[in-house]
Design a protein around this ligand. Structure first.
Ligand code: GDD
Ligand code: MN
Length: 377
């Protein structure tokens, strides 16, 4: 169905050309239909455009379908190697020749008739414009089952902390090539390419234009359950990118909490084996320092896990040496002079030592290392 919208805005503003990137995998039936609709739009609105099909070696006659169209503004690039929707789109953006980039599906789910409205939103100052199902005026075909709907909604909700956009899952969007070129370390797993770009290009002005999302008529969807699972992996990476320090801090704290458990367990074990209190306390601290180090190396700061381990360990111990000494001293003191010989007194002494060590590290940083006087005004 062709959208009935009217766009009474000046045609003369659409002077910059647009590159429409269409990822395809086995879409031979849809290629001529999409091209016909884009051609109608192109002539009606006098648009300068190119269409770039980014095909993952479908071998279903897609190449011939593009050639048969006879449009000199339509090209198909056949990728070899591993299949990937997002990677295909990124390759297409890089190969595009015009300053405005569009991405859309080939299966006619995304109405090309909305392209002018999206260009206008870009012209009005948006950095990215999304063809959106979830803003007022947007819709999906009625036969979307409950599961597809709830699935889409949960996926969108999980992305909320990363962007306020209502439909960041949409595969229909536009941005300037200049902004795309700013993207650093693009690493798209799965198919949420718009979300990847919003986070990695640090886009703040993202607009949404309502679309009606139609179900595909020809061919089958390529997004398997496995693809959808990759979304979780993708989200973890994006959260790490956006909230790097908070994520490291949270993981560091979880590891620290595990260290408390390790410390107390080792200490109890040594005590049970009949060792003197001095050694029990020292053993608890020593083993928990090692497990903390290993866990932080493996998870919290996993980006550095293939660097020399002994050097890292020396640094880790060095950085926490004074706090550890305070921990040990306080635990010894509490055990000898304060807590007496109750059933769990050694454990409480150790806990007191841990708290003292942590307090020392904190106060030392607050009033010594990061003392106010040292702050440049
Ligand atoms: N080059 C390439 N490689 N293209 C692919 C691949 C691939 O591995 N997998 C899918 N495509 C193409 C399809 O040919 C189609 O043009 C487009 O990517 C979208 O694939 P569909 O199989 O139609 O996906 P969908 O309808 O389930 O997903 C749609 O909705 C999602 C949100 O619900 C798409 O619009 C997604 O982009 C969107 O995120
Ligand atoms: Mn589709």
């Amino acid at each position: 169905m062709i959208s009935q919208d009217h766009y009474p805005l000046a045609r003369t503003r659409f002077t910059a050309g647009i590159s429409i990137i269409v990822p395809t995998y086995r879409e031979v039936e849809n290629i001529p239909l999409l091209l016909a609709r884009i051609d109608a739009l192109r002539r009606d609105r006098d648009l300068t455009l190119e269409v770039l099909f980014m095909d993952d070696d479908s071998r279903d006659g897609s190449i011939e379908a593009v050639e048969r169209s006879g449009f000199d503004w339509a090209r198909i690039i056949v990728r070899q190697g591993p299949r990937g929707l997002s990677a295909a789109v990124i390759d297409g953006f890089r190969a595009a020749r015009y300053p405005v980039l569009f991405c859309m599906d080939c299966d006619l789910s995304h109405p090309p008739e909305r392209i002018p409205a999206m260009i206008l939103a870009l012209d009005a100052g948006q950095q990215m414009v999304i063809g959106s199902r979830y803003v007022p005026g947007g819709s999906t075909d009625d036969d979307w089952g409950f599961w597809r709907w709830i699935n889409s909604r949960i996926a969108t909700l999980l992305a909320r902390p990363l962007t306020q956009v209502r439909d960041p899952m949409s595969g229909f969007f536009a941005l300037r090539k200049a902004d795309f070129d700013q993207a650093r370390d693009l690493n798209p797993v799965g198919y949420k390419i718009a979300l990847e770009l919003i986070v990695k290009c640090g886009l703040e002005n993202v607009g949404e234009v309502p679309i009606h999302f139609s179900d595909r008529v020809h061919g089958v969807s390529k997004l398997t359950f496995r693809e959808q699972l990759k979304y979780i992996q993708h989200l973890r990476r994006l959260y790490l990118h956006r909230f790097a320090n908070a994520m490291y801090m949270a993981q560091f704290l979880v590891v620290g909490a595990s260290g408390v458990v390790v410390n107390l367990s080792v200490l109890s074990l040594l005590k049970w084996a009949g060792l003197p209190d001095m050694l029990c306390l020292a053993g608890g601290i020593a083993v928990s320092v090692i497990t903390n180090f290993l866990l932080n190396r493996r998870f919290t700061f996993s980006y550095a896990k293939d660097r020399p381990i002994l050097k890292q360990f020396a640094g880790f111990v060095g950085a926490s040496a004074v706090g550890m000494a305070v921990n040990y001293g306080v635990a010894l003191y509490l055990n000898a002079h304060v807590l007496g010989a109750g059933p769990l007194s050694l454990q409480f002494a150790a806990l007191g030592g841990i708290v003292a060590g942590m307090l020392f590290n904190f106060l030392g940083s607050r009033y010594f290392v990061f003392h106010k006087r040292f702050v440049k005004r």
